[in-house]
Design a protein around this ligand. Sequence first.
Ligand SMILES: [Zn+2]
Length: 413
Amino acid sequence: MGDLESSKIDHENHLLLDQPLISLPIELLRKNLRSARFEVEKDGSYVKETLKRTATESVSGRISPPDVIKTLDSMIARMRGVKRKLTAFSDEEKRLHQHEEARVKHLAELYDMYSIDDVKYEGWSRTRLDRLLTDYMLRQGYIDSARALAERRQMELLVDVDTFEQMNRIRQCILNGSVQEALTWCTAGDTKKELRKMDSNLEFMLRYQQYIEIVRNRSRINPGEALAHARKHLYPYISTYNKEVMHACGLLAMLPEHADRVEAYRELYSPARWQKLADLFTETHNSLLSLPSIPLLHIALSSGLSALKTPACHSIHPNSAAAPSHHTSLSLAASVCPICSTELNELARNVPHALHSKSHVEPELRLLPNGRVYGLARLEEYAKKAGLSEDKIKDLRTGEVYGADELKKVFIS
Ligand SMILES: [Zn+2]
């Protein structure tokens, strides 16, 4: 009965980690729709205004008929452009719907299984592991490997290669000392509005870095440029970023070669800022799309390690006689402890133990003279199989034979 209980699939808990799988395409669909609406509104208001103006001018005779036709042609061209853009948005929507459909189907497959002993379960959980590995590689920037794995396992619709590829490309640009690509991302469509809602400081920090670079290279750049940049992109935000703006002003008087003496300015000229900026971008990108900030593989691995870890796994004298390694004293089925394996032992060192609220003990325990404990029923069954007489029993593990009168009852208190 106990085994049946532990192999039962608790679907809701099983899918706890899979929320982003379903939510990302929905977030992207929303983003896509918002961007499409942005384009329609932008060009729509242009056409409406031009139409109104041309009509008024035409009625009052301030514009000649050929010029009216020219303006109308330009409006038609503009609308064709909108149609082209909308076609691209529509294709993207179709692609995202395909992703969502495949993901729902994949998760629904689990609901057809009730036990982890189901033959289909192994394949399903293998796909899940591959998904986690792909997610991990995408986040670490191993895009080609992630794509190859997704193709090999035919699970392209279950992973988000395109999203992370774009993210990595922009991140790499920042690390190479360019903020332009990230600024374009910040201001494309209505992302700017969304970032403002999140109180994001990404755009400001990118502009700030741009300013630092202008000041750093002041000998080669028109000196007025730094002031113009500060007036346009930094000064309007002085109430929110007071310290940064003040430092920006001071930076003008501090050449890079002299900045070493003052910590605040040394920090501003430091190349380490690019790494921080890249991390800020990744963080902003992920929270805009409601993606977890750490790879799902890390979450799955740490909860798995925690569930399997026992206090004995990191005991100081694992092999001494006084504290025998715990996996030799447990039941036969658990003869190998994954946490004690060389691969996982070090990884598990800092994770907490799980709180096991249930434990299973065989009924009617008997203590053998060699210190081992087994359930009476199992001892009797094993003795019978071994062909021993009724007053003898045999240790299931060591094979030692004892008289039945040498057994002692065990009480757990
Ligand atoms: Zn162990």
